[in-house]
Design a protein around this ligand. Structure first.
Ligand code: ADP
Length: 487
């Protein structure tokens, strides 16, 4: 295509099984991947089905004994090489990511480095997968635990972080000694394949990672992975609806399921907040991150000041192709995403919200062909609007106001989601109180940027099960085995 890479062999239009590229599906069918900044086709990928999924499962199963019986240090060394190769190729990986996802090159490079950090982290953690010796209550028995890999793990990932959502799972699974089969989002398979190529060069043995590309058989393959007796765990990042379906489908084989689902984060700005810092925290990846802020709750005494600052900030954004250096905000992933944001904004306006900024003309996107939506600020938001309890997943900030701490906590927690929450305040007692009372898995206090490979990422309520990254990330891919030895 038109993409100029230092190493064009990082582009593979194929699935990946047993370290081989599979360029044609048994069905002979293909599906298209589009450049969201233009709406034009990038590539036609093999639309794989159950046969290929089974082939990948068999490959992962064959690879399991060898991989899991390597020493932790041997696995660590390969992961470390993979990490180095990702960094060596970070510019190409970023271009591939921008091409298929639309985010700006700067954001893409940030994601590639963030993604790589999980491989590095788990290369290190692999060597620290300690069991324990338990002080025994009996003189005749000794008690220990060891930690063992789950086995073959199925991985399903979304398009919003095509690189990092995979590395976060690959790193942990492989460090633990599991082998994996990944099904990346059909919108963004290219980043997944580029990672496979580098993994192969790093020395990952055949079958340790497999990628099945599909569009037409997504549901069927998802069900098949959940029900397969050869798979011991499923790790999914995506929508709550699909996460719940996978959890149900895993019930009959009692699989370990790890889920990172929807967010709808609240962002609370108390009257004593540093307003400038607070304003900077939204609009990453055009709002298409699951930990992004949908709902701003601003204390009524500073509402006008905050709205004015936010409006000023948003007006300085430049929407356009991610490859254009001037662009601060790329397109959304597809036309359905644009429609969803539009529906949410229209719904809010119908119910009395006011648009401070966001009309197409000013952003010059009326004439652009890709899937663009103008960064938008709405005020006078109320409970009951779609944006109050659904994920908008777009560059829209809705401003609600509040008067008391209790009132805003009730509003912020009045959702079935519980991924991340953020607030700004300079009162140390309030910081503790609110951090403890927010019903979420992750809290940002005076910051909007909380993601890190060293910290446990995950949600409560219907936002998910389990944690990724950090020391805890290995828990999803291991089982404790308790051994009691009589003496
Ligand atoms: P998003 O709104 O981010 O596209 P999805 O949950 O639909 O969220 O997609 C996340 C991942 O889940 C993608 O890889 C997608 O192809 C996959 N997916 C969607 N539906 C199913 C399903 N029924 N079973 C398994 N995977 C699915």
């Amino acid at each position: 295509g038109e993409l100029k890479l230092k190493d064009p062999s990082l582009i593979a239009i194929a699935g990946f099984i047993d370290n081989e590229y599979i360029r044609d599906a048994y069905s002979g069918k293909k599906f298209s991947v589009y450049d969201p900044s233009k709406g034009t086709e990038i590539a036609k990928f093999p639309d794989m089905g159950i046969d290929e999924a089974d082939q990948a499962i068999r490959a992962a199963k064959r690879a399991l004994p060898g991989w899991s019986q390597m020493t932790a240090k041997e696995r660590s060394n390969i992961l470390r090489k993979w990490y180095n190769l990702i960094l060596d190729n970070e510019e190409d990986l970023a271009k591939i990511l921008t091409w298929e996802n639309g985010k700006t090159l700067t954001e893409a490079l940030g994601e590639v480095r963030y993604g790589a950090s999980f491989i590095e982290w788990f290369a290190e953690e692999a060597k620290r997968l300690y069991g324990e010796v338990i002080p025994s209550p009996s003189r005749q028995q000794r008690m220990i635990t060891i930690r063992q890999p789950l086995g073959v793990v199925g991985i399903i990932t979304p398009w919003n972080f095509p690189n990092a959502m995979l590395t976060r799972k690959f790193g942990a699974a492989l460090a633990a000694g599991c082998t994996v089969i990944a099904k990346p989002a059909s919108e963004t398979p290219l980043s997944a394949l580029a990672l496979c190529e580098l993994g192969k060069r790093a020395g990952l043995p055949k079958g340790v990672i497999g990628v099945v590309t599909t569009h037409g058989h997504t549901k069927a393959i998802g069900k098949h992975l959940c029900e397969s007796l050869d798979i011991s765990g499923i790790s999914f990042t995506g929508s709550t609806v699909v996460g719940k379906l996978l959890l149900k489908q895993c019930a009959d084989t009692v699989k370990k399921v790890s889920l990172e689902l929807g967010g709808n984060a609240a962002f609370i700005i108390f009257e004593d907040a540093d307003i400038d810092k607070a304003v900077d925290a939204k609009f990453r990846s055009s709002g298409q991150t699951c930990i992004c802020v949908n709902r701003f709750y601003v204390h009524s005494s500073i509402k006008d000041k905050f709205s004015a600052r936010l409006q000023e900030k948003v007006r300085s954004f430049k929407v356009g192709s991610g490859f254009d250096k001037k662009t601060t905000h790329g397109p959304l992933i597809n036309s359905a995403a644009v429609e969803k944001v539009r529906t949410h904004v229209d719904d809010a306006i119908r119910q009395g919200a006011k648009m401070l900024t966001g009309d197409d003309e000013k952003n010059g996107i009326g004439s652009m062909h890709g899937y663009f939506y103008p960064p938008t600020v709405l005020t006078d938001m109320k409970e009951g609007m779609k944006m109050a309890d659904e994920e908008t997943f777009g560059p829209v900030a809705g401003i609600f106001t509040f008067d008391t701490e209790d009132e805003v906590l009730e509003a912020a927690n009045n959702t079935r989601f519980g991924l991340a929450g953020y607030f700004f305040s300079r009162d140390i007692s309030r910081c503790w109180r609110v951090a403890e009372k927010l019903q979420v898995g992750m809290v940002g206090v005076n910051t909007g940027s909380i993601s890190s490979e060293v910290a446990p990422f995950g949600g409560v309520k219907e936002s998910g099960l389990g944690r990724e990254g950090a020391r805890q990330g290995l828990d999803e891919y291991t089982e404790y085995k308790y051994i009691n030895m009589a003496v």
